[in-house]
Design a protein around this ligand. Structure first.
Ligand code: SAH
Ligand code: SF4
Length: 361
């Protein structure tokens, strides 16, 4: 049977997998075995699923497949950051990044091809939205990253790919259903088993979806704040006109599970002469009052044609000091993978179907 006719099992929930088994006359308890092969062992070939009887393996191979996105390009930065360009079945492409640290590492997942939000500083934002990624395509990024790092079966303790950050291309809360389902698969303890404490989702501030994310997935929240006033934020992030700061701060205060032990991360991009003054830092302290939070200060990562500049180091340090003095952790992030355009906000895909957004920066 052709590939197109064979149904992909990656990205199905346990219930959906059980329904597929029932449809071919198999017992639903097989799901547990499959789950183990697919998500714990990382096996893609039914012939190797040796706990299943041989005739069943052959039958499965006729009807199903265990899919991965195709690796179009893999680049490794001087600092060991890796970036993959993955191709999906309709020919569209997206980038995924792996950021290794000494004792752990984070995979940065894309959730959309392009983005509708058009933040002025973001390379992804210069692309129109082509489409949302499906659950299989989101989970498939982690699985393909694992293939590439040789990290199967899912290790119990020390892992290269220990964390997930949903901070790649696209706005994850505009593709909520596929993203939440993917997170449930990644967190399942009998499979890839990445705990919710090791998953952080970043949103540009889709206020109506934040509560649901917290309740339904329990993952950590990061918010791309980038400005302390509506006036500045409106200029650099058009979504602020829809969900202004007062609403965004309220949703943060009410984020389920946020506490001093599980703080919200405010990402704050430092753009030279736009939002990097000591006055901005002081306004920020007032803005986040009563929210259990910490800051990540991100020096702007330039990309070809970008309209902003990175502030001088001393300016960033002063900004950080003001936040520290008010009691907040506010490290200045060392950009990773800049030489391969893998740093925050530098991702972009150039598949043939991607049109440039007219009038975008
Ligand atoms: N759409 C989501 C997640 C993806 S963007 C969001 O906006 O939060 C991940 C992070 O990179 C965001 O904080 C985003 O504001 C930041 N970013 C975008 N462009 C950047 C750039 N040029 N330099 C540094 N960070 C950037
Ligand atoms: Fe979209 Fe996030 Fe980039 Fe804004 S920063 S354009 S929301 S991907």
């Amino acid at each position: 049977m052709t590939t197109a006719k064979r149904r992909n099992l990656v990205g199905l929930s346990r219930n959906e997998l059980a329904a597929e088994m029932e449809a071919i006359g198999e017992k639903p308890f097989r799901v547990k075995q499959f789950w183990h092969w697919i998500y714990h062992q990382g096996e893609t070939d039914f012939a190797n699923m040796t706990t299943l009887a041989k005739p069943l393996r052959e039958r499965l191979a006729d009807d199903f497949r265990v899919w991965r996105p195709e690796v179009v390009r893999e680049q490794v930065s001087k600092d060991r950051t890796r970036k993959w360009l993955f191709r999906f079945e309709d020919g569209n492409e997206a980038e995924t990044v792996f950021i290794p640290e000494d004792d752990r590492g984070a995979v940065c997942l894309s959730t959309q091809i392009g983005c509708t939000l058009g933040c002025r500083f973001c390379h992804t934002g210069t692309q129109a939205l082509v489409r949302d990624l499906g659950t299989a395509e989101i989970v498939g990024q982690v699985m393909a990253a694992r293939d590439s790092c040789g990290e199967w079966p899912s290790p119990q303790d020390e892992r290269l790919l220990s964390n997930v950050v949903v901070m790649g291309m696209g706005e994850p809360l505009y593709n909520y259903d596929a993203v939440a389902k993917a997170l449930r698969i990644l967190m399942d303890p009998e499979g890839i088993a990445i705990s919710k404490r090791r998953i952080t989702l970043s949103t540009a501030g889709v206020v109506p979806m934040m509560d649901r994310l917290g309740r339904e997935t329990g993952v950590k929240l990061a918010v791309s704040l980038h400005a302390a006033t509506d006036e500045v934020r409106n200029r650099i992030m058009p979504i602020n006109k829809k969900y202004p700061l007062a609403q965004l701060m309220k949703a943060c205060r009410e984020y389920p599970g946020a506490s001093n032990a599980k703080r919200i991360t405010f990402e704050y991009l430092l753009l030279k002469d736009i939002n990097d003054s000591p006055e901005d830092a002081r306004k920020l302290v007032k803005l986040v009052k009563e929210i259990p939070c910490k800051f990540n200060l991100i020096p702007f990562n330039a990309w070809p044609g970008a309209p902003y500049k990175t502030p001088p180091v001393a300016r960033a340090q002063e900004f950080s000091r003001i936040l520290n003095d008010a009691g907040y952790s506010a490290p200045i992030r060392v950009p990773r993978g800049r030489d391969i355009l893998a740093a925050c906000g530098q991702l972009r895909s150039d598949s043939a179907r991607v049109q440039r957004k007219t009038g975008a920066v």
